[in-house]
Design a protein around this ligand. Structure first.
Ligand code: ADP
Ligand code: MG
Length: 694
C-alpha cells in the first residue's frame, strides 16, 4: 500500500489520477491534507445493522459484511450484478439490476453496508437494488455498527459526493496520525475545543451526530484563527517596513479644498475627512476602509483626500471598477477643479497606442497629479513618479492581488478603499482586520425615500405605462437586465432585444438608449452623457451601472428578473436612484412568484438600510455572495459559517491578538505549528502577496 503524508498531491490517491486531480483542485483540494479537511455538509443515517444470520424476509434491514463473490451477468443493456455478502453469522445475496457501474465500485473483499428491503431467494435472504456504501477497511476504530452516519460532501457535476467520500475513506486512516495539533493545550481547553486530530476524524466519521458539530467547531475556529493571525502579521510587517510621504493639511489647504466642493460636507463626511487627515500626517501608510451606504457621498471624501495629497506635491491614483464609473469620476473631479492647476488624466482600456503612451509618459514624469482609471491602471507599464495616495472605489470589485499590485505602483502609498457594500461587523473583523474602518452613517440633506415595489413580470403593463408618462415630465429611468451568463456578448444581446421590445411596445415614442460591456469606452461615455443631459429618458443596461453611477435626475429603476440578484446587489442597483430631491421608485420584476422568493424581495420593500439588507443577505446566502469571491482573495471558509459562528469569530480574534503579543513571528515551539498552518492555508492565494509573513 502506498504511503501518504499530508502533503502528498491528491493525484496519487487510489482512484484519483490527473483528471480527477484537476476537478479536485477546483474544489480547493490539492493535497491529501486538503482532502481530509474537506468538510461534509450533511450526514445520512443508516439504520442499525443486524447480523446477516438473523435477517428475515419482508423487513427493511441493514447489514454489514464482506463481499465474498461478485459477478456480472445478463446481456448488454440488461446487465445485473450479483454479490454474496458474508459476516460471521451468515450469508446473503445482493442483486443490482441495470446498474453495471456497481461492479466498478465494489471489489471482492470490500467491506460494505447494504440497506433496503429483504426478500427470500431460495434459501438465502436477498436485497434487490439496495442502498449501499463501502466502509473503511477493518482498521476502522469505531466498530462498524456505530459507523452509521455517512458524510455527504459538497459536490460538483463532475465530482459526485460519493466519489469524494470514497477518496476520503481511502486515505483517512492512513494519514490521521500525521495530523498535528496546532493549538497549545491551554487555548484549546480554554475554548472547549476538540483535539484537531479527533475533529478531522469525527467530521467524516461521527459516532454520534453531535460529534460532527463538535468537530466542525474546532475546524471552524482554526480557519478563523489562521485568518486572524495572517491578517495581523501582514499588517504588523507592513507597519514596520513601509513608509509613505507625510501629508500635512493646514488651514489654508483645507479652505482651498473646501472651496472646490459644491456643497458643505455632512457630519458623517466631516468625520471621515478628520480621520483621513490624521492618517495622512503619519509616514506609516494609511490603510483605511471608508464604508457608507449608496449615495452617502463617498466621492467627495475621496476628492478631499486627493486634493490634500496633491497640495503636498504627491501623485494620486483613483481606481474604479468600471469604465463608466472611471469616466464619471474623471468628469466630476475635472468639474470641481475647473481653472485649477491640477493636472488630471483618465486611463481606461482600449486607449489608442499613441495617446496611451503619452499619458503614461506624463504619469511617469510626474506631470499628471491625479490619474483616474480602471484595471488598465495596474498593467505593467504604468508607473508613477511619486504616488502618495491610492484610492480604490467600490473595492469589493477588486481582488486582493489587484489591490496589492496597484499599491506596488508607488512603493507604499497611503491607501483609501471605499465600499458601498456595508460589511456586517463579524465579517469586517474577519476580512478587513488589516484595515482601519470609517463608516459614514448619514446622507446628504433633502433626500426622498425610494419606494420599492415587487411586481410580477406578467403584470407589468401598468408599470411601463406609468414610466412612459413620467418621462414626459422629464423624469428618467434605468431598466436593468440581469447577467445572462458570464458573457458580455450574450448580455449585449439581451439588452438590445429588451430595448427593441420596449421601444416597439410599452415605451413607444420614449427616448431610449442602451448600455452594456461590449461597447467601447467612447460609446459608453457618449450614452452616459446623453442620459445625464436628459436627451435619453430610459437607459436599458446591464449591471454595468451597478456601482457608483450617479445621475441625480434619474428617479425610476426597473430591475428585471430581480430574483436572480443577491439582496445587496439589488440594493446597490436601487441606489442609482433616490439621489436627487425628487421621490423615486424602484420596481423589482420577477416571475418567481412563490413565497420564498417574494419574502426575500420583501426585505428590500421594507428597508433601505444597506446594513440591514447585508445582514439579511448574509443569513440567506452566506458571505460569498455578499463579498464577491474575488474580493477577499482568501481561501473559502469550509467549516466556519460567518453568519452564525459569531462566538467563534470573536474568540479567534481575541486569541489571535494574544498569541501575536506573546510571539509576533510564531517562532516559539508552542506556536510553530500555527505558523506552518498559516503558510499552508494561504499558499498561492494572493492574500499574503503584500507582505508574506517570514
Ligand atoms: P456614493 O457614496 O454612493 O459614492 P456619491 O459620492 O456618488 O455617493 O454621492 C451621491 C450624490 O450626493 C452625488 O450626486 C453627490 O454630488 C451628492 N452629495 C455628496 N455629498 C453631498 C453633500 N454633502 N451635500 C449635498 N450633496 C452631496
Ligand atoms: Mg460611489
Amino acid at each position: 500500500m502506498a504511503t501518504f503524508d499530508l502533503n502528498t498531491p491528491v493525484q496519487f490517491v487510489r482512484g484519483v489520477g490527473p483528471i480527477r486531480a484537476g476537478e479536485l483542485a477546483a474544489l480547493g483540494i490539492e493535497t491529501v491534507g486538503d482532502l481530509i479537511e474537506y468538510v461534509p455538509f450533511r450526514y445520512e443515517t443508516f439504520p442499525r445493522s443486524v447480523p446477516i444470520g438473523q435477517l428475515t424476509a419482508d423487513g427493511n434491514e441493514t447489514v454489514i459484511g464482506a463481499v465474498h463473490s461478485l459477478r456480472r451477468s445478463g446481456p448488454p443493456g440488461a446487465q445485473r450484478v450479483t454479490a454474496t455478502v458474508v459476516d460471521g453469522t451468515g450469508r446473503c445475496r445482493v442483486q443490482w439490476f441495470h446498474s453495471p457501474y456497481v461492479a466498478d465500485q465494489i471489489q471482492q473483499g470490500d467491506c460494505i453496508r447494504v440497506s433496503g428491503r429483504v426478500t427470500q431467494y431460495r434459501d438465502l435472504a436477498q436485497f434487490v437494488n439496495p442502498r449501499f456504501d463501502i466502509l473503511d477497511d477493518a482498521k476502522d476504530p469505531f466498530g462498524r455498527d456505530e459507523d452509521r452516519f455517512e458524510a455527504v460532501y459538497p459536490a460538483t457535476a463532475s465530482m459526485p459526493a460519493k466519489a469524494i467520500g470514497r477518496m476520503v475513506a481511502g486515505v483517512l486512516h492512513q494519514v490521521i496520525d500525521r495530523v498535528v495539533e496546532t493549538l497549545p493545550e491551554s487555548i484549546r481547553r480554554g475554548r472547549g475545543l476538540a483535539l484537531r486530530r479527533t475533529a478531522i476524524l469525527r467530521i467524516h466519521r461521527p459516532v454520534r451526530i453531535e460529534d460532527a458539530e463538535t468537530a466542525r467547531r474546532r475546524l471552524a475556529y482554526d480557519e478563523l484563527l489562521l485568518t486572524q493571525l495572517a491578517i495581523r502579521m501582514v499588517r504588523r510587517r507592513r507597519d514596520v517596513d513601509q513608509s509613505a510621504a507625510a501629508i500635512k493639511v493646514d488651514d489654508r489647504v483645507d479652505a482651498r479644498i473646501r472651496r472646490r466642493l459644491p456643497f458643505a460636507l455632512t457630519p458623517g463626511q466631516e468625520g471621515a475627512v478628520r480621520q483621513i487627515v490624521a492618517d495622512l500626517r503619519d509616514t506609516r501608510p494609511m490603510h483605511r476602509l471608508l464604508q457608507a451606504d449608496v449615495g452617502a457621498g463617498k466621492t467627495a471624501v475621496a476628492v478631499y483626500a486627493a486634493l490634500a495629497a496633491i497640495a503636498a506635491r504627491q501623485q494620486v491614483a483613483f481606481l474604479a471598477p468600471t469604465e463608466v464609473l472611471a469616466q464619471q469620476h474623471h468628469r466630476k473631479v475635472s468639474q470641481y477643479l475647473t481653472d485649477s492647476r491640477v493636472r488630471i488624466g483618465l486611463l481606461v482600456g482600449g486607449l489608442a497606442t499613441r495617446p496611451r503612451a503619452a499619458l503614461l509618459n506624463a504619469v511617469g514624469a510626474g506631470e499628471i497629479d491625479l490619474l483616474v482609471g480602471t484595471h488598465a491602471m495596474i498593467e505593467k507599464d504604468v508607473s508613477f513618479r511619486s504616488l502618495g495616495l491610492l484610492i480604490i472605489d467600490e473595492q469589493h470589485k477588486f481582488g486582493v492581488a489587484q489591490r496589492a499590485i496597484a499599491r506596488a505602483k508607488g512603493g507604499s502609498p497611503h491607501t483609501l478603499v471605499m465600499t458601498a457594500t456595508p460589511i456586517p461587523r463579524t465579517l469586517a473583523m474577519t476580512f478587513f482586520g488589516d484595515l482601519d474602518i470609517t463608516t459614514i452613517s448619514d446622507s446628504p440633506p433633502g433626500r426622498q425615500p425610494i419606494r420599492t415595489h415587487v411586481v410580477r413580470s406578467a403584470d407589468a403593463d401598468g408599470m411601463w405605462n406609468a414610466i412612459g408618462q413620467r418621462t414626459q415630465s422629464g423624469e428618467q429611468a434605468f431598466v436593468v437586465c440581469p447577467l445572462v451568463e458570464e458573457s458580455d456578448e450574450l448580455d449585449a444581446k439581451a439588452v438590445t432585444v429588451e430595448c427593441e421590445r420596449l421601444r416597439g411596445g410599452p415605451l413607444r415614442g420614449v427616448g431610449m438608449d442602451l448600455l452594456h460591456g461590449r461597447m467601447t469606452a467612447e460609446q459608453k461615455e457618449n450614452v452616459m452623457r446623453r442620459f445625464r443631459d436628459g436627451e435619453v429618458h430610459v437607459l436599458v443596461s446591464t449591471t454595468v451601472i451597478e456601482v457608483g453611477v450617479d445621475v441625480p435626475g434619474a428617479t425610476m429603476m426597473v430591475i428585471e428578473d430581480a430574483d436572480r440578484f443577491g439582496l445587496s446587489q439589488l440594493h446597490q442597483l436601487r441606489g442609482r436612484v433616490g439621489r436627487g430631491r425628487r421621490a423615486s421608485d424602484c420596481w423589482l420584476l420577477t416571475d418567481a412568484w412563490h413565497d420564498a422568493a417574494r419574502a426575500r424581495l420583501q426585505v428590500l420593500v421594507e428597508s433601505t438600510d444597506g446594513f440591514r439588507i447585508a445582514e439579511a443577505d448574509l443569513a440567506l446566502r452566506g458571505p460569498g455572495d455578499l463579498l464577491g469571491k474575488r474580493q477577499h482573495g482568501m481561501p473559502d471558509f469550509r467549516a466556519a459559517n460567518l453568519g452564525t459562528d459569531l462566538d467563534l469569530v470573536a474568540a479567534a480574534n481575541a486569541d489571535g491578538g494574544t498569541i501575536l503579543e506573546r510571539d509576533p513571528l510564531l517562532r516559539l515551539p508552542e506556536f510553530r505549528a500555527l505558523g506552518d498552518a498559516i503558510r499552508r492555508r494561504f499558499r498561492g492565494s494572493g492574500f499574503l502577496i503584500d507582505s508574506a509573513p517570514a
